[in-house]
Design a protein around this ligand. Structure first.
Ligand SMILES: [Fe+2]
Length: 276
């Protein structure tokens, strides 16, 4: 597990913050018209070099907070279908409240109709009250791959894609021991909800690309000013590329919202990874 268990005062602080946000989620998720800044997702293209995967494409989305299915979720599905991915990665905060489950799995079933889907859990998934076992059972039923400190391998001609899904690093649930050793021809993508995972990776970890979410890009942004709201586990990283100890992390701004349904100067994001 990451270093040490989360300290009690931090655990209390995070649980309280979640509790305070619940009435907002319950109320605003009923009114799609209350959402500001969610209409159009920005597409970010990343390029990776690995010849056994040349021509393959993955799409990453994050922080769905899908407590109620809205028309914008159909538009996201249309956009992703148009990108024709080979794999879809979803890096946690699938929902905020347990009553979102049927709405969430309607969306995830839509993703599964496009390509194989690999999911990880985020802090809000754990706080939602939905047991991890129930997420796993529903994922199995919908033929989705929920990875909780687990790895899967997809063979390709002359190599393979390794997909490692960690449990949430911001709650110190990530177990880096599940990262498999380096193997000739394998490209390993590490999916984890929170960016603090980068601070725990070193040269021994055979990871070629880390994909995270959690920050919401700050959600409310003033141009040229560092975001004034970032959740615990970002370590001051709000989005985009970050490098440390030879590892590359990309932080996705996510598709949903926390507390208030407003994204200010901070468009939702869909990340496309192309291998050359
Ligand atoms: Fe989130």
């Amino acid at each position: 597990m990451i270093n040490r268990p989360l300290r009690w005062h931090r655990r209390l602080q995070l649980a309280l913050a979640h509790r305070l946000s619940l009435p907002f989620h319950r109320f605003f998720s009923l009114f799609p018209a209350a959402e500001v800044g969610h209409t159009e997702a920005e597409i970010t293209n990343l390029e990776c070099r690995h010849s056994p995967l040349a021509g393959r494409r993955a799409v990453q989305i994050s922080d769905l907070h899908l407590d109620r299915y809205h028309p914008r979720h159909d538009r996201v599905l249309d956009t992703i279908a148009g990108l024709r991915p080979d794999w879809i990665f979803v890096t946690g905060d699938l929902l905020t409240i347990s009553r979102g489950l049927p709405h969430l799995f309607r969306f995830l079933a839509g993703l599964r109709a496009i390509a194989p889907v690999y999911l990880t859990l985020g802090n809000h998934d754990h706080y939602s009250g939905v047991p991890a076992d129930q997420f796993s059972e529903l994922a199995d039923r919908h033929k989705l791959h929920l990875l909780v400190n687990q790895a899967m391998f997809v063979p390709t001609e002359g190599g393979e894609l390794g997909i490692v899904g960690l449990d949430d690093p911001s709650l110190h649930r990530a177990d880096l021991a599940c990262i498999p050793p380096r193997t000739e021809g394998r490209f390993t993508v590490l999916l984890a909800h929170a960016p603090n995972v980068l601070d725990h990776l070193d040269h021994r970890h055979a990871v070629d690309l880390v994909l995270c979410g959690h920050s919401h890009g700050g959600q409310w942004r003033v141009p040229l000013v560092h975001p004034f709201w970032l959740p615990y586990g970002c370590n001051r990283r709000s989005g985009g590329h970050h490098h440390r100890n030879g590892h590359t992390l990309y932080i996705n701004r996510g598709l949903g919202w926390s507390m208030l349904p407003i994204r200010l100067n901070c468009k939702p994001e869909i990340v496309v990874v192309d291998w050359r």
